[in-house]
Write a protein that binds this ligand. Structure first.
Ligand SMILES: *Cc1c(COP(=O)(O)O)cnc(C)c1O
Length: 377
């Protein structure tokens, strides 16, 4: 890896692949036209958007006209929750383990006179589907369930969630920022009305995302202006970012099977080896788990100290997530699976990419037992 660090924090962000950066470069300095311009430089930019939109649509199994480019996973999540909000009295149903991009947006729904319901998960992070069914009602306009959790890697049964939503006349949205390219998703087969994804979690650039919205869905914009992106997301398109996202999607989809197998192998080697450390336990499930996620807790250890000790040894990991700055509060995800605050604060998250090497895994597994011993208080 470039920095000489063994990087195991790929759920926080990933390296932009050199091929992706290279594909973007001409769109800064040569083909910098506005896609809405009529001249040839505008047409070149519009053509680049068309190509990237087709890449994303092919990866999800939808039409290019159903893809909106956004500024990232967060904005896509905001669009799903606020863009379909029918006004005061509307209720959104979601899970207790969503990313803050969903949970905080539900707070905004409540401030606008709506309501929200959080469905609990079991000790491995799987959504309680009967609780979801019971929570439904005429006032529910949207069910939003993440495809896979960013902290503990649990893969949710989104097909079943979509079915339940539709039985009760609600729309179904999934935050697939972590799951996209690491699990099998087809929006038509799975009955998904809206889906969020992000460039920088799949080796694309930061600040670019996509939003799938099924044609005919009753949705209004949350950003107003020049009417770009089918009127749903005004602002001059981030052409280099969109080109980078399209390239990252093409690369990820063409290598998906092999990459998943490699990451699964590394993940299982890490889990098996770490569980031999006294006082170590796995958070999240053994099966139906993201191929790149391993998450642990260590009795009597402060997760933050462990992250710093590993960092001194050239290994980059995290505790629960990197999504809220600071990390001084126990993660809501770990509370939701029933961990005590003390257990939550002893967490360590290892998230892989296909770029990780066996030698890096060796290094992690070599330095971790000593780091745990050193940090045990
Ligand atoms: C990272 C992440 C987001 C936010 O995506 P950004 O592109 O950083 O805005 C949303 N949901 C999940 C599950 C994530 O992991």
């Amino acid at each position: 890896m470039p920095s000489g660090t063994a990087y195991f924090d790929n759920a926080a962000t990933t390296m932009t692949l050199p091929e992706v950066a290279e594909a973007m470069r001409p769109y800064f300095t040569e083909m910098y036209g506005n896609p809405s311009s009529l001249h040839s430089m505008g047409a070149d930019a519009a053509e680049a958007l068309r190509k990237a939109r087709k890449s994303v649509a092919d990866a999800l199994g939808c039409y290019p006209s159903e893809i909106i480019f956004t500024a990232g996973g967060t904005e896509s999540d905001n669009m799903a929750v606020l863009g379909t909000f029918p006004g005061a009295g509307g209720r959104v149903v979601t899970t207790a383990i969503e990313h803050s991009a969903i949970l905080e947006t539900c707070g905004e729904v409540r401030r606008r006179g709506g309501a929200s319901t959080l469905i609990p998960v079991d000790s491995e992070g799987f959504l309680d589907l009967s609780a979801l069914d019971s929570a439904m009602g005429d006032d529910v306009y949207l069910v939003s369930v993440m495809a896979a959790n960013n902290v503990i890697g649990t893969i949710e049964d989104i097909r079943e969630c979509a079915k339940i939503a539709h039985e009760h006349g609600a729309l179904f949205h999934t935050d697939a920022v972590q799951g996209f390219t690491k699990m099998d998703i087809n929006v038509k087969r799975d009955g998904i009305d809206m889906l969020s994804l992000s460039g920088h979690k799949i080796h694309g650039p930061k600040g670019i995302g996509a939003f799938y919205v099924k044609s005919g869905t009753d949705i209004r914009p949350i950003v107003f202006g020049g009417g770009q992106e089918n009127g749903l997301r005004s602002s001059t398109e981030n052409v280099p970012g969109i080109v980078g996202l399209g390239k990252a999607v093409d690369i990820a989809m063409s290598n998906m099977g092999g990459d998943m197998r490699r990451m699964t192998e590394m993940r299982d080697r890490i889990i098996d080896s770490v569980l031999d450390i006294p006082g170590a336990a796995l958070n999240g499930p053994r099966h139906d788990r993201l191929c790149n996620n391993a998450h642990f807790r260590f009795d009597g250890v402060k997760g933050n100290s462990l992250v710093l000790a590993l960092s001194r040894n050239g290994v980059a990991v995290s505790t629960a997530s990197a999504c809220s700055a600071g990390d001084t509060e126990p993660s809501h995800v770990l509370s939701a699976i029933g961990l005590t605050p003390q257990q939550s604060m002893s967490a360590l998250r290892v998230t892989l990419s296909h770029l990780n090497t066996d030698a890096e895994v060796d290094l992690l597994l070599k330095v971790l037992p000593d780091a745990v011993r050193e940090c045990r208080v």
